[in-house]
Design a protein around this ligand. Structure first.
Ligand SMILES: Cc1cc2nc3c(=O)[nH]c(=O)nc-3n(C[C@H](O)[C@H](O)[C@H](O)COP(=O)(O)OP(=O)(O)OC[C@H]3O[C@@H](n4cnc5c(N)ncnc54)[C@H](O)[C@@H]3O)c2cc1C
Length: 405
């Protein structure tokens, strides 16, 4: 093996967490290097959070413009220019990438564009995007490789070349009928956005309710909001097979409680969970243990099974919420020694369907509370606000908001 370059802090993947860590450590005088294969700054600014919120905002404007007359603002017919929607998003992403590159420059952290894999513990070989390789040995190593959309093993689905959130957020046309496989937060947000861009939309959810991690009353409210928008929703619906090509014509055979049915659409979006980017990067060689779902095993200080090697973010099973990914690791500048363990704080979440569904703390179902009964004060304050989709009714404050009050 060639002699590796010695690095103080070596970060694989430039997502939430890894990039801030590298900038911080570089500023404090360490040689910090981040290896990234494609997305400068990770998924959040390129393909996930910010692009989705950007297009959701365009969709919200379209919706408001259509209903402007209700507010006394008279407009003409509303048409959607998806190429313009996409360009607005692309301009935002370009700006964010420039900002990230400036942060690398200012901090002194080095960004290497290429795919990394372990060839020995704490030693990574990088296949450079521009050609050639570099061999890097880290004194401390941080894994921040993230997750990718999972494609369920349904006959014909992969062959139909379905959209994932990446392609769905880069379309220059509104599908005439978008079928969304999966009623989690990604599917719900994009379903409502495309409905507001003018697509007919059908959500097919395998589980018994939308937003499976939420309590039943919240899920029901979300279903009502989306139903009011004109979205067709199937729950407890198992997709048996898919035929055709997304972008042209797709036909789904679906098993529901009332029997089998066929759904025909123009495009299919898969939003049915995530898989960790941990395969094929030599984690076995590095001595980094995985759990049975392929996520990196970490303790409460995010240490892996190998010395001086940590894992950050979704690849280590953190919830898919970028601020917690960014701040829940021992070296983050905002972590004091006292608060270094990463499981100790209540997490909130926001589902960006309009109106936004916001929760602070865990859902009642995940902490064993009886719905509608006061939860344990001082543990997680469980506040939810479900605002009405179309500003037609009052914002609703659910009983969770009164709890502990
Ligand atoms: C559509 C969508 C919308 C979302 N919206 C929100 C939101 O509004 N708010 C919110 O808080 N969260 C949101 N999330 C979740 C959020 O995006 C993720 O939780 C967060 O970005 C995960 O960060 P991470 O650091 O774990 O991984 P990532 O940001 O994915 O970073 C991992 C990086 O590692 C790179 N990489 C992987 N393997 C290698 C390798 N071998 N070599 C080199 N590089 C590699 C990848 O290219 C990637 O850039 C959304 C997710 C989706 C899918």
């Amino acid at each position: 093996m060639a002699k590796p370059e010695r690095i103080d802090a070596l970060v694989l993947g430039s997502g939430e967490g890894g990039k801030y860590l590298a900038w911080h450590l570089a500023r404090s005088g360490q040689r910090a290097v981040v290896v990234e294969r494609r997305w400068i700054g990770g998924s959040c600014p390129n393909i996930n959070c910010l692009p989705s919120k950007n297009e959701i905002w365009s969709a919200k404007v379209a919706d408001l413009a259509r209903r402007a007359g209700n507010f006394g603002a008279m407009t003409g017919p509303v048409t959607i220019d998806m190429a313009k929607v996409r360009q607005r998003k692309r301009d935002m992403v370009d700006g964010l990438i420039a900002m990230h590159l400036q942060n690398y420059k200012d901090s002194g952290a080095e960004l290497i564009m290429g795919s990394g894999r372990f060839v020995a513990p704490k030693t990574i070989e990088v296949q450079l995007n521009e050609g050639g390789t570099r061999l890097l040995a880290g004194e401390q190593v941080f894994l921040n490789v993230g997750t990718s959309p999972a494609i369920p093993d349904v006959p014909g689905l992969a062959a139909a070349q379905p959209l994932t959130n990446i392609e769905a957020l880069d379309l220059d046309y509104p599908p005439s009928h978008l079928i969304v496989l999966g009623g989690g937060y990604v599917g719900l947000e994009l379903a409502q956005a495309y409905r507001r861009f003018g697509s007919r939309v059908t959500i097919v959810e395998y589980g018994p309710q939308l937003a499976g991690r939420e309590d039943a009353d919240v899920a029901e409210e979300i279903r009502r909001i989306l139903g009011d928008d004109g979205i067709d929703i199937l729950v407890s619906a198992k997709t048996l097979r898919v035929e055709g090509q997304s972008g042209q014509r797709v036909v789904l055979r679906v098993l529901t409680a009332s029997g089998e049915r066929t759904i025909e659409g123009s495009d299919i979006l898969v939003a049915a969970g995530r898989r960790p980017n941990t395969a094929g990067i030599g984690l076995d060689i590095a001595g980094v243990a995985l759990d049975d779902r392929g996520y990196i095993k970490v303790n409460e200080r995010l240490e892996t099974s190998t010395s001086s090697t940590w894992a950050i973010g979704e690849c280590a099973g953190s919830p898919p919420v970028h601020p917690c990914v960014a701040r829940r690791f021992p070296h983050h500048p905002r972590q004091s020694r006292r608060t270094r363990a990463h499981h100790t704080r209540a997490l909130g979440s926001v589902l960006h369907v309009h109106g936004p569904t916001t929760r602070a703390g865990r859902a009642e179902r995940s902490r064993g509370a009886t719905p509608g009964r006061p939860g344990a004060c001082g543990e997680d304050t469980d506040k939810r606000r479900v605002a009405d989709a179309n500003d037609r009714r009052e914002e609703r404050l659910h009983e969770g908001a009164r709890r502990c009050g």
